[in-house]
Design a protein around this ligand. Structure first.
Ligand SMILES: [Zn+2]
Length: 262
């Protein structure tokens, strides 16, 4: 397993039957402040330009926009199993899957996609590539244990935590992510103090990727089967958009994963 930075994307190289990638801000058509590979229709960018950007990021993996499925994300822990019937939903903004922050699928016909600014993208598959999954874990999703919810759903299909391969992609690092007491309390309740470092009496630095790693490890995923990219979206504004660092009027990235057609 490894993360590889290519021109317009970071690839999570995990299994020969799986393609997983995360967009950078490079290689798109959008003008400032969305320059250049903004993948969100919801930030004020020109819709036709966003569609072209989405087409390009799918084409980087030799997939079509029609294969993509995207939800309306709400920072919750609801996860859906995606079937072929949903192919294309949310791909160009219309008919997204409602109120969902995680997808799992066993179908090679669909590409799972989620939008990200600084939140943690979590790529999932198992040693036999029986499925692929993608989760959106901000502090709320992490506190709601979205990773454990995925593990519960996978167990129901006979996939054990010990077989999982987990990639934790580009997201805001502990160097750039300052949180207050309510967020600290929410994170402590699920994984303890490990991912928190005191900055001053009222603020902490939070390692959100690390918090998710801990959750998977404690659920039985071997540490060597979990890989973090260690790209910080706050530090690397040459490569990524950052909601935290640039404010609301900036672009959004996308995370994608699919089983390769045989
Ligand atoms: Zn940073």
């Amino acid at each position: 397993m490894r993360f590889v930075l290519e021109e317009s994307r970071v690839v999570f190289d995990v299994h020969p039957r799986v393609t997983a990638w995360f967009s950078t801000r490079l290689g798109g058509m959008s003008m400032a402040p969305f320059d250049t590979l903004n993948l969100s229709y919801g930030v004020g960018d020109i819709p036709s330009v966003v569609t072209e950007n989405r087409r390009r990021i799918l084409a980087s993996a030799e997939r079509d926009l029609e294969d993509l499925v995207m939800p309306h994300q709400v920072h919750g822990n609801h996860i859906e199993w995606v079937t072929d019937a949903w192919r294309g939903r949310g791909a160009t903004g219309s008919q997204p899957i409602p109120a969902t922050d995680g997808f799992l699928t066993e179908s090679p016909q669909v590409v799972l996609g989620l939008g990200f600014a600084d939140c943690v993208p979590i790529f999932l598959t198992d040693r036999k590539a029986r499925f692929v999954g993608l989760l959106h874990a901000g502090w709320r999703g992490t506190a709601a244990e979205i990773g454990l919810q995925a593990i519960r759903l996978l167990r129901e299909r006979g996939i054990a935590p010990g077989d999982l391969l987990v990639g934790i992609g580009p997201s805001i690092g502990p160097c750039c992510y300052e949180v207050d007491e309510p967020v600290r309390r929410a994170i402590r309740q699920v994984v303890g103090d490990g991912p928190l470092a005191a900055k001053d009496p009222e603020h902490w630095w939070l390692d959100l990727a690390g918090a998710n790693r801990l959750m998977f490890e404690r659920a039985g995923v071997p540490a060597e089967q979990i890989l973090e990219s260690h790209f910080c979206t706050g530090c690397r504004r040459d490569l990524f958009f950052s909601y935290r660092m640039e404010g609301r009027r900036t672009g959004r990235m996308g995370g994608y994963i699919c089983l390769n057609p045989r």
